[in-house]
Design a protein around this ligand. Structure first.
Ligand code: SAH
Length: 246
């Protein structure tokens, strides 16, 4: 009987892989992967393991999702241990739910191996806690892929008036639209904002600004990058640790 593991690869730092993910990666007959934050993970595979890239970049899919679903299914008919490896967590904007449902419909055994999501760990490596007593009592993880000016936006922009932390994934190319929209709904123009690129890796870059100047400050930033909006951003002054390690 074959089994598909929908597996989170974590945000980039190879040591943020779970032990369970590590085990199935070493057992895999085939690893079907996206553009990963850390391709070194593939070096952990056993000799003879096959690799298949079905990459997605910033939410723009090189392969349509139904084709990816079908590829996973076809490989489940061929191999015993199939690892479907995804950046971060498979259920946080990872479309793992669709892949699991497809496998279920086709009678294939599968397991979900959660991963450390970039949404929380990347801010953490930048010294930004997503909640903090007296500053933010909750956080939201929002897709930044959808233009805020889209007519039937599914994003509840009006709810973003509070001081809860907002983390936008896949939003770098919409940074201008997102910051403008947040000012439009009533956030102060000097409201704190951060852009973090390649978080948890040696190439991590952190840009701190406000809703007004962040676009200009982050103009050289590369993907993958996420955006943190909220007063917790200012805690980096005290909590910056990653760049300060000895
Ligand atoms: N399932 C993933 C998210 C997939 S969406 C997770 O749980 O992390 C892809 C988006 O995640 C990117 O556009 C970027 O916004 C964010 N991202 C992933 N890895 C990142 C990293 N190392 N640094 C900054 N952002 C990252």
């Amino acid at each position: 009987m074959s089994r598909v593991y929908l597996t989170g690869a974590g945000p980039g730092d190879i040591e943020l892989l779970t032990m369970k993910a590590h085990r199935v990666i070493t057992e895999a007959d085939i690893i079907i992967y996206d553009r990963l934050a850390n391709p070194e993970i593939l070096d952990m595979a056993k000799d003879g393991c096959e690799f298949l890239y079905v990459g997605k970049e910033d939410g723009r899919h090189t392969l349509p999702q139904d084709e990816i679903n079908e590829i996973i299914y076809q490989n489940a008919l061929k191999y015993k241990v199939i690892v479907r490896l995804k950046g971060g967590d498979p259920f946080v904007f990872g479309r793992g739910g669709e892949e699991g449902a497809y496998l279920h419909q086709h009678g294939i055994n599968y397991e979900i191996i959660p991963g450390i999501t970039s949404a929380i760990s990347v801010p953490a490596y930048a010294g930004i806690p997503v909640t903090h007593r007296g500053i933010a009592v909750s956080f939201r993880v929002v897709t930044g892929h959808e233009s805020p000016h889209k007519k039937e936006s599914q994003i509840p922009w009006k709810n973003f008036k509070t001081d809860d932390t907002i983390i936008f994934l896949m939003g770098l190319h919409n940074l201008h639209k997102i910051s403008t929209k947040l000012i439009e709904i009533g956030k102060p123009s000097d409201y704190p904002c951060a852009v973090i690129s390649k978080g948890t890796t040696k190439e991590q870059k952190v840009v701190i600004g406000t809703l007004t100047d962040i676009v200009q400050k982050a103009s050289d930033i590369q993907t993958p990058a996420l955006i943190v909006v909220g007063k917790v951003v200012l805690l980096r002054d005290q909590l910056q640790w990653f760049e300060n390690r000895l």
